[in-house]
Design a binder for this molecule. Structure first.
Ligand code: C5P
Length: 278
């Protein structure tokens, strides 16, 4: 069966205190974009994975495989699956590509093996695979708290277009959290303001209230800032880095403006994607 793994965008990301377990307390509004990986998952005796990109691991280091292993371990079902992954979402971009693949595998295995399992139970299995996986299991526009496992579904994003730009550089999530701790970095939390604007459905005000603590620890010479400035010049309602980066997304009201921005963004070894709210 086929499952789509959508990219996640962090509209806000307030990183709080480091907890005794080493994870950070988060408050983040996440939303889904139509940029997606495509997975086919079939029942099989063992867990195997093939991928259209040969540079990705096909073992337990791949979150799609880890998700399948965790699903069978947690449910006690003696089963397996073959996963084929068509990769579109860039890796190490803050777009949740690996987490979304993991979530797509969990949704497929639930359909194939235990359709009666409540979604909340699948989300809990997801939390054992990675912090962003419970959100990716649910999808849509969601307030994520705690380590990322406490979910509250919010009103959908008003219809809009996203231009997602991945610079050549990548940032390691672990190192970015480390930099926040070292520099004692913080940002003005805007999550509650943004939720209020989502309830009103005002795209310009939603965009105006985006924020991301990780932006405070991006090196000043990074292409992230050039991309952000260029997106704003092209008419984006606002532009923000997603997750721990390095991808930046701009929010556009019309497809025409977004297409024009895509042309402006080319070059510098960037990857540019045009997609819409889902
Ligand atoms: O849970 P996951 O494996 O996706 O997390 C990757 C790394 O990001 C963790 O090892 C941790 O260093 C950091 N992290 C964190 N606080 C979170 C989520 C992730 O410090 N809420």
């Amino acid at each position: 069966m086929r499952e789509y793994a959508y990219a996640k965008l962090n509209l806000t990301l307030d990183v709080g205190e480091k907890r005794p377990d080493g994870y950070h307390e988060l408050r983040s509004v996440m939303t889904s974009a139509s940029l997606c990986d495509v997975l086919t998952v079939e029942k099989a005796a063992a867990i195997t994975l093939t991928c259209d990109r040969t540079d990705l691991p096909a073992d337990g280091r791949n979150l799609a495989v880890k998700a399948a292993e965790t699903f069978f371990a947690e449910t006690g079902i003696a089963g397996g699956c073959h996963i084929h992954l068509e990769k579109r979402i860039p890796s190490e971009a803050g777009l949740g590509g690996g987490s979304s693949d993991a979530a797509a595998v969990l949704r497929a295995l639930r359909t194939l093996y235990v359709p009666e399992m409540p979604l909340e139970e699948l989300e809990s299995i997801g939390a054992k695979v990675g912090s962003d996986v419970p959100y990716c299991v649910r999808g849509g526009t969601v307030l994520c708290e705690g380590r990322g496992e406490r979910l509250t579904t919010l009103p959908e994003m008003p219809k809009c277009w996203y231009v997602i730009v991945k610079p050549r550089e990548t940032f390691s999530t672990g190192k970015m959290y480390g930099a926040i701790d070292e520099q004692n970095a913080g940002s003005v939390p805007t999550t509650d303001l943004l939720i209020g604007e989502l309830e009103r459905g005002d795209l310009a005000e939603i965009a105006a209230n985006m924020s991301n603590t990780f932006l405070e620890v991006v090196p000043a010479e990074s292409d992230v800032f050039t991309i952000r400035t260029t997106l704003l010049r092209c008419g984006a309602r606002n532009a923000m880095m997603s997750g721990s980066g390095s991808a930046v997304f701009g929010i556009f009201k019309t497809e025409q403006e977004a297409r024009r921005a895509c042309e402006e963004m080319q070059g510098n070894d960037r990857q540019v994607f045009l997609c819409e709210s889902v």
